[in-house]
Design a binder for this molecule. Sequence first.
Ligand code: PLP
Length: 412
Amino acid sequence: MPSVSGAETTIVRGRGAEVWDESGHRLIDAPASLWYCNVGHGRSEIADAVAEQMRTLAAYSTFQHYATRPALALADRLAELVPVSDPKIFMTSGGSDAVDFAAKLSIRFWQVQGREEKRLLVSRGSAYHGLHGFGTALAGLDFNRAGYSGSLPATVRVPTNDIDSLGSLLATDERIAAFYCEPVIGTGGVIPPAPGYLEGARELCRRHDVLFIADEVITGFGRAGAMFACERYGLEPDILLMAKGISSGYVPLGAVAVSGNVAEPFWRSESNLIFRHGLTYSGHAAACRASLANLEILEREDLVQRVSELEPRLSGIVSQLSSHPLVREVRAGVGLLAGVELRNSERAQRVISGCYRRGVLTRQLARSTLHISPPFVITEHALQLVGEVIAESLDQELEAHPLTAEEMHEDH
Ligand SMILES: Cc1ncc(COP(=O)(O)O)c(C=O)c1O
């Protein structure tokens, strides 16, 4: 906090893939804010839909038998879209809510099957699953878990893309209820799956009675070049988590799709089992209208197809940076998601400032990685500019701060 106090960057306006700060400086929004502004900024169609809903009925509870038309319509729409078998939809206020919902449901699911021992949740190294209670416990970025030891639910970590570690854990520990997995790790530094990893992990979960939870908070709604990354990799998760692109961030919203099989014990007519969970704003009418308008744009403008067309362009642009002496690794190749890993965090911060001055807004992810996940409406020209501006800012950084002896040593 001390580093930002009095040094805020205030963003005041946005249009398409660009935003403006308070001084009038125009910027390409390379991360689409926090991965979410998929349809781009300034869509009055979404604003109008929300305004109309707010004038009619801003929100009403969806507890018990209550419902609103937008909530019902969105639940139906999501059920059509998700690659989940016979899905039930639960709505939340964001991604962390969805993560925690899935944790509670997984534990309860096994309990009602008489498998009390299955309460342990598994996640991957470098994973980010939000920062509520269960999400903090699931953090694969250790700094997000630090300070809460002893106060968090029980979780286990497996190395990021190592199928053998997951296999031996699931084969030997009967306590595992669910495996959480971002198809492409985002906050951890944009880490795509190793070939075959996701498919293998899905199969292992099936074999060992472990629920496979796809955290598609970032990858959902087209970001990975398919409506859901699970489709791209031929996966059918037991539970799928959504947020961000569900509304392109116009209004906070998240959702969970639960397979009919996992929901069934709680829906059986003769059962008196209750999954006791609910949020005040679950199914918020105006938020659901925003999402419906957002999904309409996505479809009408064929933006998921646009992401797959831009995917090789983005990969090409960032791969040109890979030979720069300050770049450790570039990671791309899945949709509009890319990371440029630099030698260290201080250098990354200075490069980010250089980019800002040159009209490109980016930010730092874990592993000193520059974040690139632009709105789907970004032009090829703007994408090219992002690459050029990063390259210029890297050159400037190298000139001002040449490689140290230690850094040169790292290369050998
Ligand atoms: C993969 C993933 N899961 C969950 C979350 C948490 O979502 P929220 O910040 O909306 O609570 C995030 C947020 O960045 C995320 O990237």
